[in-house]
Design a protein around this ligand. Structure first.
Ligand code: GCO
Ligand code: MG
Length: 408
């Protein structure tokens, strides 16, 4: 069996999905997702210019060898662009293998460990009152876990994932009006003074059963994060996410020594080498990697297995920048992983997105039920894809009030 061709498509409904389609001499094709949010054209170029010419003629069944060929063969390896490109190839090869075996990918991984995988939604509000309404909406829809973010009184601008105006329900940040970013202003003190009380009010209103998650989005220093984690202990958060900038693996030690609030981290990691020390030293509770950003199913599975040895559960990143293809890859890993925790899942299912990526993975009552179709269980409609092209977009940047650059 041989790979005969591969194509890359960039675009989607208000998204720049980077979709890879690998064709074989047996008529079976596989799909992968290389969408690196706000830098989408780079993995696309990496694939087209450097990887696809080396894929043609290879046996698509040798998933491991192809992964190693690109990773070791690059010499300047790792990094989000390369790992997103390798990841798309890897997903597509698992898709092909599943179709060849006539089995869903979760069967190839070892079968199902659960019937449905719990997901969490994003609730948001310009203030706490709006946030309460947003949480209530998701609870009514049957979600068992909700991430909560709200505006902080006195903060000069809206903060991460929070709308600017009261009543606005828009909670997502990529601005598709160009590549020059908007600017947010941040003040950790105001945040630390306000947010623990807000979280306590949320717990009082929604009771003990709801899993409440909160994303600090890399904004605090380790000592501040320790203080914050201690202050929110009575709320019993499901997790405190990215309390400090994620690249410092040792920063979590100080937080850990001071608080039992569970820590989730990892959406910006690309390889096992970004998180092996923190996992082995048991400094986190949930690993937040995304299959799309860390080399696909083959590499993500290595991280999940290492995590499992150290009581670390999964909480894969599922921001709307991931296409239904990498979300499908995650649904299969979630069905299998013995140490599954929760999946971030922002309803992608607009009619336009469903038309572009038909699939029968099902979301019901806050749980995803993985598709039983052979392969990844998601397709790609090229005639729909022809309607879209790349639209430049950007995350905001963050500064402190005196102008100092801070972490988005
Ligand atoms: C999350 C993330 C996202 C990121 C985004 C960057 O927890 O979902 O923090 O909101 O900001 O994926 O592109
Ligand atoms: Mg996050």
């Amino acid at each position: 069996m041989k790979i005969t061709d591969a194509k890359v498509f960039v675009g989607g409904p208000k998204k720049n999905y980077v979709t890879l389609k690998i064709m074989t001499d047996q008529g079976i094709y596989g799909l992968g997702d290389a969408t690196l949010n706000n830098r989408e054209t780079l993995p696309a170029h990496y694939l087209e210019r450097y990887l696809i010419p080396n894929l043609i003629g290879k046996d698509p069944r040798n998933i491991e060898d192809i992964w190693q060929f690109f990773y070791r063969g690059a010499y300047f390896r790792r990094g989000p662009i390369a790992m997103a490109a390798y990841g798309a190839i890897d997903m597509a090869l698992w898709d092909i293998k599943g179709k060849l075996a006539n089995m869903p990918v979760y069967q190839l991984l070892g079968g199902k460990s659960r019937d449905g995988a719990m997901v969490y939604a994003h609730a948001t509000g310009a203030d706490l009152e709006d946030l309460m309404d947003s949480i209530a909406y998701y609870v009514e829809q049957g979600y068992k876990a909700v991430r909560v973010q709200c505006g902080i009184p006195g903060m000069p601008t809206a903060s991460y994932a929070v709308p600017e105006k009261k009543g606005d329900v828009k909670n997502y940040i990529t601005d598709y009006t160009g590549i020059r970013p908007k600017q947010e202003v941040w003040d950790s003190d105001r945040y630390i003074r306000y947010m623990p009380g807000a979280l306590a009010e949320i717990r009082d209103r929604f009771g003990p059963e709801l899993h409440i998650l909160h994303d600090v989005h890399h904004r605090l220093l380790p000592r501040e994060a320790a203080e914050f984690g201690k202050a929110v202990e009575p709320v019993r958060l499901y997790w405190m996410e990215d309390p400090t900038p994620a690249e410092d693996q040792d920063a979590l030690r100080l937080i850990r020594q001071h608080t039992t609030t569970p820590i989730a981290i990892g959406e910006v990691f690309n390889t096992i080498w970004d998180c092996n020390r923190m996992i082995e030293q048991e400094l986190l509770d949930f690993i937040r990697i995304a299959v799309a950003y860390c080399g696909g199913i083959t590499h993500a599975r290595r991280i999940v297995d290492l995590a499992g040895l150290h009581h670390v559960r999964t909480g894969f990143h599922g921001a709307p920048s991931h296409s239904p293809i990498s979300m499908a890859a995650q649904h299969h890993l979630n069905a299998w992983a013995p140490n599954f925790g929760v999946q971030e899942y922002l309803v992608l299912g607009t009619a336009a997105c469903d038309a572009l990526f038909p699939s029968d993975h099902r979301m019901e009552q806050g749980m995803v039920h993985v598709s039983d179709a052979p392969g990844l269980g998601v397709d790609f409609d090229e005639s729909e894809a022809a309607r879209y092209s790349y639209e430049p977009g950007s995350h905001p940047v963050v500064r402190l009030e005196d102008g100092t650059m801070w972490n988005y």
